[in-house]
Write a protein that binds this ligand. Structure first.
Ligand code: EPU
Length: 419
């Protein structure tokens, strides 16, 4: 397994171009299953999770062509199997996103039930019960969700919890249902909106996306077309924190700044001078030590759980005491234990981490446990004194395109050690 070596201590300076959003590309690739015709998806990031999605579609018999310049071209007309097998779902939970599209268009789907996860239980009961309310017959057999349906019927769905992929699965299914579906307590994340915009481009009738009530009027079919995935707000936020933690100056380009409002507010509280352009955000720490911040995660537009670990890293070396409260996932603090190994002073009380900033971290070997935890260890490594070695970085490859190259471009001393 590859490892990362990071020699900490260099303030990062420069510009970095942000890639397409993983969490928009994955549902959009799943949504191509709904389309009668050829779909071209551009600005798809080069990530392991995207490769897994393409493999998942390919195994079903769907034609997937990858073109460096144009993006991914998908034609689902050749589909012959309606299965998401365990061996792929266990490596990528987002595989569950094929459930709604397969059922709505082809009337059947066998999707492996995702098991436990490094950050929480992450059940999919809301996906399943929403589809049942739309008329699907769903059983759990031999570890698989086996779903069958005639044409789905529009329904009023009130989600118990705000769920991103749950909202996406049900919205996708509803595009081809008979009649109108109303999803209440829907997720408002920009990636949900991007998926809705993709579906609308292909002929779906959706309103209310971006609010907590999405209304979908079912149509008979969707047609082919082209779409560009929106920029990755979490990747952008991660590089901005890299600028802040190293007391540097970093500009991220190709972003939609309003998607990062809650993150920008915290960067300013941390003492950063943040300048927002049309499609850029710059942070300048003017060489100063960051100040501790209090962060509480919640669904969009509040502070994203996917940025929590990065701000935990920032707090480890900031001036003062900062708290990180995680309200979305029940076990998303593994990185805290690893950061302690670098000398961070962190106390855990339930779903809150209380972090007292230390003057400096000291390098140590650490282990990545999930995607954002890995990112936070990289950030900590950028300021730790000495050589930090991070193991299990395949987690990073799932969600950050060309991480080392991008960080090297900002002056970081980071390199990948192949196995
Ligand atoms: N939940 C249920 N039942 C369900 C679905 C969700 O109880 O049927 C609960 C979850 O257990 C969790 C909460 O609802 O406590 C919210 O989870 P959500 O369903 O929104 O998470 P997700 O859709 O599985 C997506 C992202 C995650 C991101 C979360 C929260 C994708 C592919 N994944 O996951 O991204 O953390 O939303 O914003 O969009 C990442 O990129 O590192 C990542 C984990």
């Amino acid at each position: 397994m590859d490892r990362l070596h990071i020699l900490g201590g260099t303030p990062l300076e420069g510009e970095v171009r942000i890639s397409g959003a993983k969490n928009a590309a994955l549902p959009i690739l799943a949504a191509t299953l709904l389309v009668d015709g050829v779909v071209r998806v551009g600005n798809v990031p080069h990530l392991q999770d995207v490769t897994t999605s393409n493999e998942l579609l390919g195994r079903m018999g769907v034609s997937v062509t990858i073109n460096e310049r144009m993006g991914v071209e998908v034609d689902a007309s050749t589909i012959r199997e309606f299965v998401a097998p365990y061996e792929l779902v266990k490596t990528m939970r987002a595989s569950i996103l094929v459930l709604g599209p397969l059922l709505a268009r082809f009337g059947r789907a066998d999707v492996s039930l995702p098991g436990g996860c490094a950050i929480g239980a992450r059940p999919v009961n809301i996906h399943v019960s929403g589809l049942q309310q739309m008329g699907a017959d769903i059983r759990i057999e031999n570890g698989y969700i086996k779903a069958r349906a005639g044409r789905l019927k529009g329904a009023r769905l009130i989600l118990d919890t705000v769920t991103v992929t749950g909202t996406e699965n049900l919205m996708m299914a509803a595009t081809l249902a008979q009649g109108t579906t109303i999803i209440e307590n829907a997720a408002r994340e920009p990636e949900v909106v991007d998926l809705a915009n993709f579906l609308i481009t292909m002929g779906a009738k959706i309103t209310g996306h971006g609010t907590d009530t999405i209304v979908i009027e079912g149509v008979d079919s969707l047609h082919g077309g082209s779409y560009e995935v929106l920029p990755d707000r979490i990747e952008a936020g991660t590089y901005l924190v890299a600028g802040a933690i190293t007391r540097g100056r970093v500009l991220v380009k190709n972003v939609i700044p309003s998607h990062l409002d809650s993150v920008i507010a915290k960067l300013r509280e941390a003492g950063g001078t943040v300048t927002v352009g049309d499609s850029t955000i710059a942070i300048d720490m003017r060489g100063r030590r960051p100040l501790s911040v209090d962060v509480r995660t919640a669904p969009y537009p509040a502070f994203p759980t996917d940025m929590q670990a990065q701000f935990a890293a920032l707090n480890t070396i900031a001036q003062g005491v900062g708290t990180i409260t995680e309200t979305i996932f029940e076990n998303r603090f593994m990185h805290m234990l690893e950061m302690r190994r670098l000398g961070a002073e962190i106390r855990l009380e339930g779903n809150t981490a209380i972090i007292r900033g230390v003057d400096k971290l000291n390098a140590a070997p650490v282990m990545a446990t999930d995607l954002r935890a890995s990112a936070s260890l990289v950030l900590a490594g950028l300021v730790a004194e000495g050589l930090t070695e991070i193991e299990r970085i395949y987690h990073i490859d799932r969600g950050y395109e060309a991480l080392e190259e991008k960080l090297q471009g900002l002056g970081a001393k980071i390199k990948r050690i192949p196995d």
